[in-house]
Write a protein that binds this ligand. Structure first.
Ligand code: FMN
Length: 402
C-alpha cells in the first residue's frame, strides 16, 4: 500500500505503542454525562455508539486533572477514586473492538468560579472577555503542582486501561494560554520568548512520559492559531510543535485552532447559535449573549476541511510524531484527501455527533454524504447533555455514577 493511498483510512495503523483498527478517531466533544465527575452508563453508551458505528478510537472528553481544572459541568475527574468506572468504560470499548483515549486538561482561564469554587488561574492576571471572570496569576509552586497532576492523571488513565491520552494544549485552556502573548505577560522563565512560553507544556509532556512510559500513546491536541489578535498564530505554534516533537515524547499531534476565551466560532465555523448559547447563561448575561454574542463569539463561514491549509504547515516541522487532521471532515472524500495529503489519522467531531455510524455508512457507500449541517446547536448542549438536535435519542441513558 502506498504511503498516500486514500483507501488506507480503513486499515489498521500504528500510533506510538498501540495499533488502531483504522485511522479514524472520534474527536473530543465534552459529554455532559458525568454530573458527579464519574463514569456513567450514559457516557459509556455515548462512546460505544461511535465504536459500533465504525470509529477506530473514541476520545473521552474533557477529563479534568483536578477539581480546579473543570471547564463545564458534567465532566470526568481523572483521579484514582474514579478508576472502577473508568475501567468499565475501557473494557466496554475494547469488547466492542475499539480503542479509548482520554483527553486530559486544566481549564485555566476558561474555568469559572461557579463551577470550580475557586478563582480561575492564568499565566498572568487576566479578565476573560466571555465569562468576565478575573483570573489570577498561577504561582510557580502551583505550576509544579499542575505538572504533577497531569502525570498522576496520565497514570490513572493507563491503569484504567486507556490506549491513549490526549493532552489538551489548545483552545486557551491553562496550558495553551501560556503560549499566548495576549494572556501570558510573565517575566520569569515561563514568559517572554516562545521557547519560554512553551516551557510549561514541555515540562508536562516530559513528566507524563516519564510516568507512563510506553503504556499508552501520547497525543497532543495543539492550537495552531486561535484567531485572536496578538495571541497564537502559525509562526509561533510551529516552533511550539518543533520543541515538543524534539522531546520524542509525543506520538501524534492533533492540530486544532480557535479558543474558548474569545472568538469561539473561529474553531467551529458555520452558524452562531445565539439562542442556544444565551440559554447557558443567567439574568443579564443571557441578554448580553443575545445582544453582543456575535461580537464576542465571532462569525466565520463553514468550509469542509477548514484546518487543512494550516495543518499542512506542520508536516515539514514535525519529524518524529504522526499528524491527525481535524476540522470539517464530513464525507468519505475528506478522509481520502487527508490520506492523500500525508496525514496519518483523521479526527471527527460534529459529523459523528450527527451520525455516530457515519463511518459504517461510508464503508458501504463511499458516495454517502455526511448529514451535519454545522448549525452548531450541539455547542450549547455541553451544559446539559451533549447531543446533536437531530439525534437526541442517544442522550437518554442513566447519568448515575457507576
Ligand atoms: C459539542 C462540542 C463539544 C466539544 N468539546 C470539546 C472538548 O471537550 N475538548 C476539545 O478539545 N474540543 C472540543 N470540541 C471541539 C472538537 O473536538 C473539534 O475540534 C471541533 O468540533 C472541530 O471538528 P469538527 O469540524 O469535526 O466538528 C467540541 C466540539 C463540539 C461541537
Amino acid at each position: 500500500m502506498n504511503a498516500h493511498d486514500p483507501n488506507k483510512v480503513f486499515s489498521p495503523a500504528k500510533l506510538g505503542p498501540i495499533t488502531l483498527p483504522n485511522r479514524i478517531i472520534k474527536a473530543a466533544t465534552s459529554e455532559g454525562r458525568s454530573p458527579e465527575g464519574k463514569v456513567t452508563q450514559a457516557l459509556i453508551d455515548f462512546h460505544l455508539g461511535f465504536i459500533q458505528g465504525g470509529v477506530g478510537m473514541t476520545t473521552i472528553a474533557y477529563c479534568a486533572i483536578s477539581k480546579e481544572g473543570f471547564a463545564a459541568p458534567g465532566e470526568i475527574l481523572m483521579v484514582r477514586e474514579n478508576i472502577d468506572g473508568l475501567k468499565k468504560f475501557t473494557d466496554t470499548i475494547h469488547e466492542a473492538g475499539g480503542m479509548a483515549s482520554a483527553q486530559l486538561g486544566h481549564a485555566g482561564p476558561v474555568a469559572t468560579k461557579q463551577i470550580t469554587g475557586v478563582q480561575p488561574l492564568a499565566p498572568s492576571n487576566f479578565r476573560n472577555p466571555s465569562s468576565f471572570q478575573l483570573c489570577r496569576e498561577i504561582k510557580r509552586e502551583e505550576i509544579k503542582q499542575v505538572i504533577n497532576q497531569f502525570a498522576d492523571a496520565a497514570e490513572v488513565a493507563a491503569d484504567a486501561g486507556f490506549d491513549a491520552i490526549e493532552l489538551h494544549f489548545d483552545h486557551l485552556y491553562l496550558v495553551s494560554s501560556f503560549f499566548s502573548p495576549w494572556i501570558n505577560k510573565r517575566k520569569d522563565e515561563y514568559g517572554g520568548s516562545i521557547e519560554n512560553r512553551t516551557r510549561f507544556a514541555k515540562e508536562i509532556l516530559v513528566a507524563v512520559k516519564e510516568r507512563v512510559k510506553d503504556r499508552l500513546a501520547i497525543i497532543i491536541k495543539l492550537s495552531m492559531d486561535d484567531g485572536i489578535k496578538n495571541s497564537i498564530w502559525l509562526d509561533e505554534s510551529l516552533i511550539t510543535a518543533k520543541i515538543l516533537d524534539e522531546t520524542s515524547c509525543v506520538d501524534a499531534f492533533e492540530l486544532t485552532m480557535g479558543s474558548s476565551v474569545k472568538n469561539q466560532m473561529y474553531l467551529f465555523r458555520g452558524e452562531t447559535d445565539l439562542d442556544g448559547m444565551s440559554k447557558t447563561q443567567k439574568g443579564i448575561f443571557r441578554l448580553g449573549v443575545k445582544w453582543f454574542g456575535k461580537w464576542v463569539l465571532g462569525e466565520y463561514p463553514y468550509e469542509h476541511l477548514y484546518m487543512l491549509k494550516s495543518a499542512r504547515q506542520f508536516q515539514t516541522v514535525v519529524k518524529n510524531a504522526q499528524l491527525i487532521l481535524l476540522g470539517g471532515i464530513n464525507d468519505y472524500s475528506h478522509l481520502q484527501t487527508a490520506m492523500q495529503e500525508g496525514f496519518d489519522f483523521v479526527a471527527m467531531g460534529r459529523a459523528l455527533l450527527r451520525e455516530p455510524d457515519t463511518i459504517n455508512k461510508m464503508k458501504e457507500n463511499p458516495m454517502e454524504k455526511g448529514r451535519c449541517i454545522q448549525c452548531n446547536k450541539c455547542m450549547s448542549s455541553v451544559y446539559w447533555t451533549t447531543n446533536c438536535v437531530f439525534n437526541a435519542d442517544y442522550a437518554t441513558s442513566s447519568k448515575v455514577a457507576i
